[in-house]
Ligand binder design. Structure first.
Ligand SMILES: [Zn+2]
Length: 433
């Protein structure tokens, strides 16, 4: 290292550019290609022979622990020219690599970067290095943070010179300075929320979480209004937001709770799908905690039927209309295909088959939705409120029924007790024998 003491330190402030997270995503898809590009770059930027006067580059800081919500850091590059001629730089390239090295992103650039480093002089140049939120999240999702490190390498191309100095490269290592994957627990109005710290500590992520909670907090009252019952008011609804992938679902184990994957919460453009899905899962929570182990048909179809009323009540009409039409379409297919499994304990989807190749659910799901709709049309707007109130008062318990047929019989008798319409005949026509 040539130490040129007393040389002035010039600071050139140059506009920063964002390092594209799109290229990061590309690297996931085109990893091997990116690796080849990277190897070629290294060969091009080979170090000059030891002892030869040269151009040295250092960077400060060379290691950064990102705080929650921090996505950029100002870095200063210092060029030290040990030669007797001015070194000219016109452009630079940048790329990300990682430790452990399973990811190499494509090289970005060239970025115009005009610098003159005088003979035996020192020049400082700075810019902001970005690790964008999407990139941080992607790395979290892939289990890369917080033990892994992300390295930003910037290479400056030196204009041809008599010393044969070509590229100089400096690297900044990023780590995560907080326990993003730890769980945090906090109470909300109706909920007991368990979430990853990453979703709470990062202001951008927190805003998305709050948008979900705003919606979720309005749903229980709307659903109580639809069902005429509510879960135990002394117990808050456990809501887990601790995974990136998966589906929003109600889970009875180890205790009844609702799970919500982050991809759904974090959709920046809107959470349209969520407005239909969340009330559906909440309907499961209300009904399954109160009336566990119901007949098979009285699970998914009704969850969508009652959930959809909440979606509509909370002002998301297009979402409700879309769901409604989709499910009635399934019902038509069920009838058209002469299916008969609606009142059985096992449906095609339970035996590993599926009569609805476009959806994870059988067409019976839509048929059950249509049965709920027809019951309401036949018996009146407040029919289900009366039924659930009655089921609650009489402590109807499906878990004591010996089989699917008996569960159905219990449910139909509960329905029948609340209307003058002949529902035994109605269900016989629907296929219950
Ligand atoms: Zn469901």
């Amino acid at each position: 290292m040539f130490n040129i003491s007393g040389a002035p330190c010039l600071s050139a402030s140059v506009g920063h550019e964002r390092l594209s997270s799109k290229s990061m995503r590309l690297a996931y898809r085109y990893g091997p290609l990116a690796a080849i590009t990277f190897t070629a770059l290294l060969a091009h930027g080979a170090e000059p022979l030891a002892g030869t006067p040269s151009l040295k580059l250092s960077v400060a800081p060379d290691a950064v622990a990102l705080k929650a919500g921090q996505h950029s850091v100002k870095v200063v590059y210092t060029f030290t020219n040990g030669t007797a001629t001015t070194m000219k730089i016109k452009e630079r390239y940048a790329h990300f690599e990682c430790i452990p090295p399973w990811l190499t992103a494509p090289v970005m650039g060239p970025f115009p970067t005009s610098l003159d480093i005088p003979a035996r002089g020192v020049v400082c140049w700075s810019n902001d290095a970005y690790v964008e939120p999407l990139m941080t999240r992607q790395a979290l999702k892939d289990g890369f943070w917080p033990t892994g490190k992300l390295v930003l390498a910037q290479s400056f191309s030196v204009v041809a010179n008599e010393y044969g100095v070509t590229d100089v490269t400096a690297k900044v290592t990023f780590g995560l300075g907080y326990p993003a994957l730890d769980l945090t627990n906090f109470p909300a109005g109706y909920y007991d929320v368990t979430a990853l710290k990453a979703f709470i500590d990062d202001p951008d992520e927190r805003a998305l979480l709050m948008r979900l909670l705003d919606f979720a907090e309005r749903a229980p009252a709307a659903l109580s209004n639809v069902l005429g019952i509510c879960p135990d008011p002394r117990k808050k609804i456990p809501l887990f937001i601790n995974s990136f992938e998966g589906v929003c679902h109600y889970n009875p184990n180890p205790e009844p709770h609702i799970s919500m994957p982050w991809w759904m919460v974090g959709q920046k453009g809107g959470i349209g799908g969520l407005f239909a899905v969340y009330p559906h899962e909440l309907a499961h929570y209300f009904l399954m905690t109160r009336f566990p182990s119901p007949p098979k048909w009285f699970i998914e179809g009704p969850a969508s039927f009652f959930g959809n009323k909440v979606t509509r009540a909370l002002g998301h009409e297009p979402s409700a209309v879309y769901q409604h039409q989709k499910l009635l379409g399934f019902a038509q297919k069920y009838i058209h295909d002469h299916c008969t499994y609606c009142f059985d304990a096992r449906w095609p989807e339970d035996t590993g088959e599926n009569d609805n190749p476009d959806d994870i659910h059988s067409y019976g799901y839509g048929y059950a939705y249509q049965i709920c709709l027809e019951l309401e049309q036949l018996c009146g707007e407040d029919f289900f409120r009366k039924v659930f109130h009655h089921m609650d008062k009489t402590s109807l318990d499906f878990t004591k029924a010996p089989g699917e047929h008996e569960k159905n019989r219990l449910l139909i008798e509960a329905f029948q007790s609340q209307t003058r319409q002949n529902l035994r005949k109605f269900f016989a026509e629907k296929g219950f024998k």
